[in-house]
Design a protein around this ligand. Sequence first.
Ligand code: ZN
Length: 199
Amino acid sequence: MAKLCFKYGTMGSGKSIDLMRTAYNYEEKGYQVLVMKPKIDTKGNDCLDSRIGMQRLVDILIDDNTDIIKEIKSRFTSNLRCVFVDEAQLLSNDKIDELYLASKVLDIPIICYGIRTNFKMEGFTGSTRLLEIAENIEEIKTLCVCGNTARYAARKLNGKYTLDGPDIIIDGAQKDVSYVALCGDCYLQKVKKIDYKNY
Ligand SMILES: [Zn+2]
């Protein structure tokens, strides 16, 4: 039976690039793939955007009313080999459960990409559900400014670290808000202002 997979990493870890590269590998060999993302992710409109300028059209935009199995079925060909979901952290529990079911009903591997925690170090709904039920889980790593592995997203408001504001502000949607990938040490010191070495 095909599996539901979750590849997680913080911002700038190259999740969209990994998705586009893997999708391209299939297509280069003549196979069909489908790409989905949550409608709420307005970055790039109906395209996937990567930080290095690569772009790709999204086949299915998911909102709470989307019947995922029906949508995949309506685009299904015998050449379909894989379904990709970007920004999966923004999906609800129900939609993640639907993706799990879809991988079994249609016997197609589904690879979800997402950020594990928000800027407050709290799990995103979709990612938390994926960590519970995905059959394959893989971390995509990136570097902190200090050279350690960055695993956490920190929010900056007008250039200063903040723990305030709504849980979700889509990257790029507000000019005064930006995100930085930090390691645990830097997150505690810079964002939580905890001098853990002298605790
Ligand atoms: Zn660091």
